[in-house]
Design a protein around this ligand. Structure first.
Ligand SMILES: Cc1ncc(COP(=O)(O)O)c(C=O)c1O
Length: 469
């Protein structure tokens, strides 16, 4: 064995202790470290010809890189939809690396059985029934892609062709209808050979809404003259967290032939709270469902789940039959269900967090985050230089400069807030207006954090000029 490797093996307990001490300091200081670090990367170093050992690598990482890493796991990072990592999830993640199991299949370890147990818990958590099977993927984009790949195979079934064998050309043009789809849907359609341009925008409800107008959806389906289609329903839009009426959409299946995919990447977590669960009423009627775990479950990147009622079609698309991997069985190995073959045991952080805090603990995170978003929204309404663009429906606050909300001014405000190190919010465009979003999905965030975010917005919004009302 290489001498440095052999030395590291001998000192492994000390090395893990050093890493533990370092990580504990970093995580312990999360609430106070700059929330975002812009332009903080050092110049690239050359490839090391001779290594310095793991302790040496840790020292170099600490010297060169750690200070430039953002506080994205911390309480005032409100960009995109970013969860943190609960203490239990972090523990599970460390052990995932320590065990280094390949979750692609069974036969040598109970690790895949743990993954199945976790998936069944998640199914229950999101109010889905036994008809839905599940698999782990890397994120909501991957989950949407897998869901739409199954939809594509279903379209083939309806038209009497096999897409997985003959290719997507056998389908002819595909109709995909949605009100306010996330950009990952277009990406998925591109990856799947269906084409981004096949995504048809269906009008949304009037009055600051992003939820699809179900009557207009019915009209669009009617216009297809009986041709089967795919409907992407949205349970939690990124800008204003609006929800399509899933029951009403599902009811359209009595008249029209379509696959119902629901992107519930973070909105699915409404199911955890009796107060908000009605927003996802009907989720269990979907043919495929996307839920992201590295968002509101607060497990580390990367983890999401893909649920479907048609595992048979999923296996047709994704099976990887070879003599050394074995054929798909009644309870197929995970390698037959998603694009990946070998991969880490993605379930362990979720298993740890659900075991440690239960449904109750995760419900509390969701409800607290929603209350905090409401608090930020109320605070922003009091800042003359800013204005809310939509009511705060759940966990995202969408706002913009009161005067001249140009892209330039929005970006300038986002940059000033980020440079202050106090908070991080990300730009968007809502109903044609450049805007900012503050998304709450971190388990650590408190009222005190919201007040600090408000202070930063007040300070950096001051230069924007007052609202004219
Ligand atoms: C509704 C929705 N769908 C999909 C995604 C994509 O998620 P990921 O970045 O995990 O692929 C997001 C991310 O914010 C989202 O909010």
């Amino acid at each position: 064995m290489h001498r440095t490797l052999a030395d590291d093996l001998q000192r492994l307990p000390d090395l893990l202790q050093s890493a533990r001490d370092f990580a504990a300091r970093e995580v312990g200081g999360l609430a106070e470290r700059p929330v975002a670090r812009i332009d903080a990367a050092p110049a690239r170093a050359p490839l090391p010809e001779v290594g310095v050992g793991a302790e040496g690598a840790l020292t170099r990482f600490a010297d060169r890189w750690s200070a430039g890493f953002s506080g994205s796991a911390g309480p005032r990072y409100l960009g995109f939809v970013t969860g943190g990592a609960t203490p239990a999830a972090l523990t599970g993640d460390w052990l995932t690396a320590a065990y280094d199991q390949n979750a692609s299949g069974g036969g040598d370890s109970s690790a895949t059985a743990l993954e199945r147990e976790t998936l069944s818990w998640l199914r229950e958590l999101f109010g889905l029934g036994e008809d839905h099977t599940a698999a782990f993927v890397s994120g909501a984009t991957a989950s949407n892609t897998v869901g739409l790949a199954i939809a594509r195979e279903w379209l083939g079934e309806r038209l009497g062709v096999s897409v997985s064998r003959e290719g997507v050309g056998a389908l002819g043009p595909v109709e995909v209808l949605s009100g306010s789809p996330h950009s990952s849907i277009g990406k998925a359609l591109s990856v799947l050979g269906i084409g981004r341009d096949r995504l048809r925008a269906v009008p949304v409800l009037p009055g600051n809404r992003e939820a699809v107008d179900v009557d207009r959806l019915a009209d669009a389906l009617d216009a297809l003259g009986g041709r089967p289609a795919v409907v992407v329903a949205n349970a939690g839009t990124v800008n204003t967290v609006d929800f399509d009426d899933l029951r009403a959409i599902a009811a359209l299946r009595e008249r029209y032939d379509f696959w119902l995919h629901v992107d519930a990447a973070f909105g699915g977590f409404a199911a955890l709270s009796p107060t908000y669960a009605s927003l996802v009423d009907g989720l269990d009627t979907a043919d495929s469902v996307c839920v992201d775990l590295h968002k509101w479950l607060n497990v580390p990147y990367d983890a999401a789940v893909q649920f479907t009622r048609r595992q048979d079609l999923q296996v047709r698309v994704f099976h990887n039959a070879s003599p050394y991997l074995g054929p798909p069985t009644g309870d197929p190995d995970f390698l037959h269900l998603t694009p990946e073959n070998s991969r880490r045991l993605r379930a362990l952080p979720a298993w740890f967090s659900l075991t440690a805090y239960g449904r109750e603990g995760h419900r509390e995170i969701v409800e607290r985050n929603v209350a905090l978003a409401g608090r930020l929204g109320e605070g922003i309404a009091q800042i003359p230089q800013l204005r809310l663009l939509a009511p705060v429906r759940l966990n995202v606050v969408c706002f913009t400069p009161a005067d001249d909300p140009s892209e330039e001014r929005v970006r300038a405000l986002a940059k000033a807030v980020a440079a202050s190190g106090e908070a991080f919010v990300t730009p968007t465009s809502y109903a044609g207006t450049p805007a900012l979003r503050a998304a709450f999905s971190n388990w650590r965030t408190t009222e005190g954090d919201v007040d600090r975010v408000l202070a930063a917005l007040r300070r950096h919004g001051a230069g924007l000029g007052p609202r004219g009302d």
